[in-house]
Design a protein around this ligand. Structure first.
Ligand SMILES: [Zn+2]
Length: 424
């Protein structure tokens, strides 16, 4: 699974396509660019989020041919000044092309020597600047992160991740194994593959980790859809236990589960692995604010938030931006006044990092609601509810499965479209 790679370089939506378009526009000469990024280390993984792309003007090249490249010192100097003056970046990624190659690409001995020397220079000159590099052929890439192992300089192979797998390109360092083609006759997904095609099937079955935050009436249906569509690695996150009043809409939940006060995540996990015993489903009976869940979400390919609190959505969005993990926000609303249904609606918000939208700017997170849910002072939390600023958590909102199913279906359709050629 590519997300389990130890070194990841993650691009915001559209940036890898933009970078490649620019650098491979003219394949008669090598091209160069500098990316500024932010490095996060979590649980033994290094995740570099690409924040900015710096392109060269023609005048910034000292020499440029189909197999050779020299950049004027001035451009590198300007990049380093920007890097060291900004608070949001700490990593320099140099990118160049080997345009003579269509497919397989590898760093040359000249690249090795240049980059090793530059890394040494960075370390002697600046404190805490990190360094990585990427080389593109016309269709593939090789990437690495420069680091130290017991004081010796080493380069670690890295994988590039894009917001949608559609935008990604193949690494020359990883060979897709033949075992991955597992949609044989008589397999569970034989008929899905006829719809989605083998490439999409292979991606969602072998290369994607989906985290579902909130597995109630909406999240449980969503998770069931995911397993039926062929997703194989799913994390379920929810701190609640099942109640009898949930049985009108949580799939996989039985009366006995509510009587035994089993956790929602455990009940839904059992349901999913009963459908597909080959799937890896992790159940986290925890609040999304707990530290342990940060790495779970950081290493996901998509987060789907289907909770009913504003604080949890705020936290998920924070992690989405920090680790460049795309986010789907799913919600339903039913308003009943004097025995009349005034509103029955739902929505799916797609927020890939780089899409330039967030749940706050869309007015989906109310800061007073967050305070009423998360403020450390109990008296303040209660007072906000009592004064009528927000509704309390113990109020049972109206909920029916038909609406949930409809919106969960919409959400999984939106997700699947991220893997196919359909555009939304
Ligand atoms: Zn090179």
């Amino acid at each position: 699974m590519s997300t389990q790679a130890r070194y990841l370089i993650k691009f915001q939506h559209g940036d890898l396509a933009r970078l490649r378009a620019r650098l491979l526009e003219d394949v008669s000469r090598e091209q160069f660019a500098v990316l500024l990024g932010k490095t996060q280390k979590i649980n033994g993984h290094t995740i570099i989020k690409v924040v900015d792309l710096l392109f060269l003007e023609q005048a910034d090249y000292a020499q440029q041919s189909v197999t050779f490249l020299r950049i004027k010192k001035d451009f590198i100097h300007r990049s380093l000044v920007e890097l060291t003056n900004r608070y949001d970046v700490d990593t320099l990624i140099d990118v160049h092309t080997h345009p003579f190659s269509q497919r397989h690409v590898a760093f040359s001995p000249t690249d090795d020597a240049d980059e090793r020397g530059f890394f040494q220079f960075l370390n002697e000159t600046f404190a805490g600047i990190k360094y990585a590099s990427i080389v593109f052929s016309q269709r593939q890439y090789s990437a690495r992160v420069w680091t130290f192992r017991s004081h010796a300089i080493v380069a670690r192979s890295a994988l590039i991740k894009t917001q949608t797998s559609r935008e990604g390109i193949e690494s020359s360092d990883v060979h897709a194994s033949d075992e991955k083609i597992a949609v044989a006759d008589g397999s569970i997904f034989q008929r899905s593959a006829l719809v989605l095609g083998l490439d999409v099937m292979r991606t969602i079955m072998h290369d994607q980790v989906i985290s579902v935050i909130g597995v109630g009436g909406l999240g449980s249906v969503l998770a069931e859809h995911l397993i039926h569509m062929g997703f194989h690695t799913i994390n379920l996150i929810d701190p609640d236990v099942l109640e009898v009043s949930n049985l009108n809409r949580v799939v996989g939940a039985y009366y006995e589960d509510a009587k035994q006060k089993r956790s929602k995540v455990e009940v839904v996990r059992h349901h999913l692995t009963s459908i597909n015993p080959h799937a890896t489903v992790q159940a986290y009976h925890k609040d999304v604010h707990e530290k342990e869940l940060e790495s779970v979400l950081a290493l996901s390919d998509w987060m789907i938030v289907a909770t009913d609190t504003h604080a949890s959505r705020l936290r998920v969005q924070e992690l989405s931006i920090k680790y460049a993990v795309p986010l789907l926000s799913v919600g339903v609303n039913i308003t009943v006044k004097e025995n009349t249904i005034e509103d029955m609606s739902g929505e799916v918000i797609t927020a890939r990092v780089g899409d330039a939208l967030c749940l706050q700017c869309l007015n989906r997170i109310n800061p007073i609601q967050v305070a009423s849910e998360r403020h450390p002072e109990k008296t303040i939390r209660e007072e906000l509810v009592k004064r009528g600023y927000v509704t309390g958590k113990e109020i049972k909102e109206p909920a029916v499965k038909t609406l949930n199913t409809f919106v969960a279906t919409m959400a999984v359709e939106v997700l699947i479209n991220q893997y196919t050629e359909q555009h939304r």
